[in-house]
Ligand binder design. Sequence first.
Ligand SMILES: O=C(O)[C@@H](CO)OP(=O)(O)O
Ligand SMILES: [Mn+2]
Ligand SMILES: [Mn+2]
Length: 557
Amino acid sequence: MATSSAWKLDDHPKLPKGKTIALIVLDGWGESAPDQYNCIHNAPTPAMDSLKHGAPDTWTLIKAHGTAVGLPSEDDMGNSEVGHNALGAGRIFAQGAKLCDQALASGKIFQGEGFKYVSESFETNTLHLVGLLSDGGVHSRLDQLQLLIKGSAERGAKRIRVHILTDGRDVLDGSSVGFVETLEADLVTLRENGVDAQIASGGGRMYVTLDRYENDWEVVKRGWDAQVLGEAPHKFKNAVEAVKTLRKEPGANDQYLPPFVIVDDSGKAVGPIVDGDAVVTFNFRADRMVMHAKALEYEDFDKFDRVRFPKIRYAGMLQYDGELKLPSRYLVSPPEIDRTSGEYLAHNGVSTFACSETVKFGHVTFFWNGNRSGYFNEKLEEYVEIPSDSGISFNVQPKMKALEIGEKARDAILSGKFDQVRVNIPNGDMVGHTGDIEATVVACEAADLAVKMIFDAIEQVKGIYVVTADHGNAEDMVKRDKSGKPALDKEGKLQILTSHTLKPVPIAIGGPGLSKGVRFRKDLDTPGLANVAATVMNLHGFVAPSDYEPTLIEVVE
Ligand SMILES: O=C(O)[C@@H](CO)OP(=O)(O)O
Ligand SMILES: [Mn+2]
Ligand SMILES: [Mn+2]
């Protein structure tokens, strides 16, 4: 690829080119006070611990939540999408959650092409809304769904069916009941006002519909069967009863509730999706909607037998994949994340290897590259996906594929073929989400072993490492009150935190290739994930583009 002048990065005045850089993202690895709910603290993590001795020059903390990653408020925890977007793009973009808030607040969402298109079905057919039902704010938000329902009814939707996915991952397990009650109350009001509005189907997000990166199409199929075909192993007259009943099964939780459909008095499903209907998927985040969107939109589709492929008017809350233009219709334009560090580095001859296991593969590639699939330059890049275990909850195999990721990274480093070797190590996050504290400790230990393996390889090639995380999770596994003490529920029980956190994440630099005098600056007000890209560009020997968030490092004589 010839470097056009627009892409050419200036040479760094002090830092050399040609060092091998390992860029490690520990998923869900925040920094928090040590106690029994801090799984990172309680796991043997010698590699990560040793880095703290370098504080404040080569180890520090950066912000990974709220406005620092383009989310609406400081109460918004970080997540992989916004975290990796910020890490890779080096700038802060208003993210899906915020863009949808703005479009709903101004009413522009209802004037756009996407809404006009689906509203053509309102007169004669049903509007289906499918998505994650919670106020977690990672993939969707209940208040946005409420505004969407209200706005649709005001604009002529006469028959509305909501297909819910219970959460328990971005919010406390068990909170599903309250969210369903709230939605149900809204629908009652609508019915009183003459709109035929009901919940039509449901299921837990990790078991129904919301798979990602093609890890397990069965998950999407279960949702299809319930939402489109009106078929599921469990049938109920109302959704509150459905969720309450299914939660009583041994081992049941919100994330993994089995699929159910709501039926009328004659036992008929109240809301299968049929020809002529409109469908809106109200999640704004991309990764867990892409597979579902393909099933809804693609004429040619062979991932499972859809049985029936209704001719619908379908729009996503956002477009979930800009390359695939999927879905082709959407209510709100996604953030336009351009000129990412990956694209710049490719134009400047930097060769890159990126790797994770399936459940996080798109994080270090698609999200990292500003929600863009594929390579910038095939000759310079190699992306490797290690198949994840599927069909299990990750507390069963908490080591996941950490060591395999470590090995692949090691081999890539030792091969001498790559300037940058970038990985995501998923354990802290994926196992943290299960709420299983013991398993999360094992997960953190495995992640640390993978880090050690990469450090050893960097030592051999006299390279540099940069270790950070995308947001917190495993460092705090309990809900806390304002004073920071574990908060008890009405029955006096601890509430295990399965979600991400608001905590900062560590970042450390080191390795034999790190030039003398390189250290973290102390003059940045609130450095965050978006400052990492410029830092890495510097370590590759380049000055970052002037509109990037400032570098974290300085070189002192
Ligand atoms: O699993 C997910 O979809 C989210 C939590 O909802 O986690 P992460 O942002 O780390 O991918
Ligand atoms: Mn993450
Ligand atoms: Mn997560």
